[in-house]
Design a protein around this ligand. Structure first.
Ligand code: NAD
Length: 260
């Protein structure tokens, strides 16, 4: 079964990994609801530019930390495009600080956006997926869903939580045509990571290039960034029939990060 004509929602898809995944799915013919802040018009144009003929592409600006706005996003998606067949929970933020200095509002925001939003979207779309006996839920976790780093307590907690939730929901749907899996990227050079490159370059008074090399050398043995396009193609595979018995997996695409 191809994904042509399926309806996909990718949260946090106005930039980075989410945008790459939205492009890959739309290229294969999935109608697309984008979500996220920043420049929605540029994201719409970027997805429309690669979408298969006849694919509809929309954007909804729901703040994924707000359950009522998430409800509106899902209702609007269904109203505009039809019931969601492919849900990619990708919206995420980072905050780096030792736990004693971690601002309470940043902790709450990281947990709400990176973890709780996936609970709200999943419980909303599952009944329809069950009725149609087909669905794909792809949670964008992280290498930090499998191992930790210092000063990222909220992010690591949220991503470990997301991997755990992925396994639970995969078990709850194990005898159905719905699969639930997590993708765990290592470093991908998106705006989220660029901020960490900038912070490192400033703190260590080194060039951008040297800051990128240092970041990679610390964690990612391949010494190469994974790209949003590579993750988009993995999402396409997870939506394929070949992946119909891949359930509850946390697939690390991390240049060897968690193999160490
Ligand atoms: P990014 O900053 O480029 O994109 C994040 C997206 O989420 C943007 O579209 C942004 O507008 C949206 N967003 C942020 N807060 C939101 C909110 N409250 N409501 C709705 N949308 C919101 O970051 P990215 O690197 O592409 O990250 C995407 C996902 O991948 C995140 O969950 C992140 O944790 C995960 N991830 C990233 C990396 C990496 O190296 N970049 C590695 C592992 C996992």
């Amino acid at each position: 079964m191809s994904i042509q004509g399926k309806v996909a929602l990718v949260t946090g898809s106005t930039s980075g990994i989410g945008l790459g995944i939205a492009q890959s799915l739309a290229r294969r013919g999935a109608h697309m609801m984008l979500n996220g802040f920043g420049n929605p018009q540029a994201a719409l144009a970027a997805v429309q530019a690669v979408a298969a003929v006849g694919v509809q592409v929309r954007h909804h600006g729901a703040d994924m930390s707000q359950p009522d706005q998430i409800g509106d996003l899902l209702a609007s998606t269904e109203g505009a495009l039809g019931p969601v067949d492919i849900l990619v929970n990708n919206a995420g933020i980072q905050h780096v600080a030792p736990i004693e200095d971690f601002p309470v509002d940043r902790w709450e925001a990281v947990i709400a956006i990176n973890l709780s939003s996936a609970f709200h979207t999943t419980r909303w779309v599952l009944p329809g997926m069950r009725r149609r006996n087909w669905g794909r839920i792809i949670n964008i976790a992280s290498a930090h869903g499998l191992v930790a780093s210092a000063n990222k307590s909220a992010y690591v907690a949220a991503k470990h939580g997301l991997v755990g939730m992925t396994k639970s929901v995969a078990l709850e749907t194990a005898t159905t045509g719905i699969t639930v899996n997590a993708i765990c990227p290592g470093w991908v050079l998106t705006p989220l990571v660029q901020k960490q490159v900038d912070a490192r370059a400033a703190a260590e008074r080194i060039s951008q290039d040297d800051a990128k090399k240092a970041l990679l050398a610390e964690k990612q043995p391949s010494l190469q960034f994974t790209t949003p396009e590579q993750l988009g193609e993995l999402a396409v595979f997870l939506c394929s029939e070949a992946a119909c018995n891949l359930r509850g997996a946390a697939i690390n695409v991390d240049g060897g990060w968690v193999a160490q």
